[in-house]
Ligand binder design. Structure first.
Ligand code: HEM
Ligand code: HEM
Length: 188
């Protein structure tokens, strides 16, 4: 374990998440943003092959993120190294719970996306198509689509608050929390 150095707040500032956890974290953040932007953009494209292709990209990237999330959660329980932080009371416990809320919300958004693709019977490029269990039942499509859409927007709001908290730690508290999730050149 690398030696811990004290920073301005007196907490250990150089304890890092392991490389794989960092990789999972930042790739997830990137893919969530990409999925949200594509999701917002789908209807801007003219109906037909172009809109179908954009929707297909959204679905394929979404399925990749779903698989990544399953591996990430497995890794978290199997061997991930997380920095040990001193328990500073209610706030630090809330922060830990907030991570689970974020991860749970991500999981719900992904599952709602799969459900959306399923009830719509979405074709994925020319390769294959989800088979809708209720073709032509508009209200189910609208309801599931609405849930997926609002979970997606909610995820962006939560992730933004989470990012603001990280920046607050970095610039105001200066306690090394953000650094613990950033890439390092040393073997940490
Ligand atoms: C964190 C991950 C995801 C985010 C943030 C996200 C976000 C969005 C957003 C904002 C929309 C637009 C909703 C609307 O205006 O109606 C959308 C639509 C959609 N999403 Fe996702 N999505 C995610 C994952 C997934 C996954 C995993 C799938 C399926 C495997 C999926 C399938 C769909 C489908 C089928 C639509 C409807 C497309 C259309 O309007 O024709 N999404 N998504
Ligand atoms: C959709 C985007 C994001 C999601 C879903 C997300 C999720 C998470 C989760 C679940 C953790 C707990 C550690 C783990 O399980 O690996 C975490 C930690 C962390 N995240 Fe994010 N994150 C996102 C975006 C961001 C952004 C944009 C920033 C910075 C600007 C950030 C900074 C951090 C930091 C510094 C930690 C470590 C916090 C600590 O140890 O107390 N995250 N994130």
């Amino acid at each position: 374990m690398p030696p811990a150095t004290a920073d301005r707040s007196g907490s250990a500032g150089n304890l890092h998440y392991d490389r794989l956890s960092k990789w999972f974290h930042w790739v997830t953040a990137l893919l969530v943003l990409v999925l949200w932007l594509i999701g917002l953009g789908i209807e801007l494209f003219p109906k037909g092959w172009l809109r179908n292709s954009v929707r297909s990209i959204h679905v394929v990237v979404g399925l990749a993120l779903l698989a990544l999330t399953v591996v990430r959660v497995t890794w978290r329980f199997a061997g991930a190294r997380h920095p040990e932080r001193p328990d500073k009371g209610l706030l630090s416990r809330l922060a830990r719970h907030a991570h689970w809320v974020l991860l749970g919300w991500l999981g719900l958004t992904l599952l709602a996306g799969v459900l959306d693709a399923w009830v719509r019977g979405v074709p994925v490029f020319g390769w294959w198509a989800f088979t809708s269990p209720a073709p032509g039942v508009r209200w189910i499509r609208k309801a599931v689509g609405g849930v997926h859409e609002w979970l997606g927007h909610g995820l962006i709001v939560l992730a933004s608050l989470h990012a603001l908290a990280a920046l607050w730690h970095h610039w105001v508290l200066r306690d090394g929390v953000l650094r613990s999730m950033l890439p390092t050149r040393s073997r940490t």
